[in-house]
Design a protein around this ligand. Structure first.
Ligand code: PLP
Length: 297
């Protein structure tokens, strides 16, 4: 039985509320919980005992799948991008967390990783690991979208804008599908990439959305000091932690757009806090090595 605890939105400024969707679970946080929910039920229903998925060294999805496997009784296998990580598990907080949760790793080169959706490669994995329930990189499939459709509730229909961070586009697709047609969904991609619009169109059933592509800060791994400063100021002022890969960029973007008068006077904005806080310690390690200011924790 999976229980989803919902949070009431928190009042921030006259124009914006934030839904703390990451408080739904201690380890399987935020949108990753939403995306896994129906996949886990499906895997159980089909009698699978093993879940296999893909991710990078700091992946929130890898951490979430590992924790979900432990909690709901699945063996988990993580196919990790980057062979060099094989002897860096202990120094990587995401991987060491996932390992503690019982995840078995298989490290592959970036070249091989590109094959992750090919039938041949998946068959190789089957002969190596036996039968498994496959969850794609980032966890996005139609059951994940179904879970993300549960983020918005009836009382959220008063908002004119609903904002979220975008990685693979699964979360925003769920928000779009469960939104009212008078609402507009704004996605803030955490990476560069024009493929996202196409990917979202595959799952989203309405046209009331757009992507704001000016706030990716160079992509997943590029951490800019101005973003870190914003995250620290935000936490200091509102006591809400943001992560540097997704929610920090989204919130920076929303505040910048508010400054620039993007939102009409009186319009109501809801930002979805999708979690991702497990990634902070990994990023802080990188920042420390570069002698740059850290994220306050
Ligand atoms: C994975 C993730 C996202 C991106 O979700 P998609 O469904 O892949 O677009 C956004 N925010 C956080 C915190 C995440 O961990």
């Amino acid at each position: 039985m999976i229980v989803i605890k919902d949070q009431d939105p928190i009042y921030l400024e006259h124009q914006i509320d934030i839904k703390l969707d990451y408080l739904n679970h201690k380890y399987i946080s935020g949108n990753k919980y939403r995306k896994l929910k129906y996949n886990l039920l499906e895997a159980k229903g089909l009698g699978f005992t093993k879940i296999l998925t893909f991710g990078g060294a700091y992946s929130n999805h890898i951490a979430a799948v590992a924790a979900a496997g432990k909690e709901f009784g699945f063996d988990t296998i993580g196919i990790i991008r980057g062979e060099e990580l094989v002897d860096k598990i202990e120094s990587n907080s995401t991987l060491s967390f996932a390992k503690d949760q019982g995840m078995l790793f298989h490290f592959i080169s970036r070249n091989v990783y590109r094959e992750k959706t090919s039938a041949t490669f998946l068959n190789d994995l089957k002969s190596r690991f036996g039968s498994f329930y496959l969850i794609p990189e980032g966890g996005t499939n139609s059951l994940a979208i179904k879970g993300c459709e549960e983020i918005l509730r009836l009382e959220d229909s008063k908002y004119d804008y609903i904002c979220c961070a975008v990685g693979t586009g699964g979360t925003i697709s769920g928000l779009i599908n469960s939104s009212q047609s008078h609402q507009h969904i704004l996605g803030f991609p955490a990476l560069k990439g024009d493929f996202l619009r196409e990917d979202i169109r595959k799952f989203a059933h309405q046209e009331n959305w757009s992507l704001i592509t000016d706030y990716h800060f160079g992509g997943y791994g590029k951490i800019k000091p101005e973003l870190i400063a914003f995250i620290n100021q935000f936490k200091n002022r509102y006591h809400i932690p943001l992560d540097p890969i997704y929610t920090g960029k989204m919130m920076y973007g929303i505040f910048d757009l508010m400054d620039k008068g993007f939102f009409a006077e009186g319009s109501q904005i809801l930002a979805i806090h999708t979690g991702g806080l497990q990634g902070i310690s990994g990023v802080n390690k990188l920042l420390k090595r570069k002698n740059q200011p850290l994220i306050d924790i």
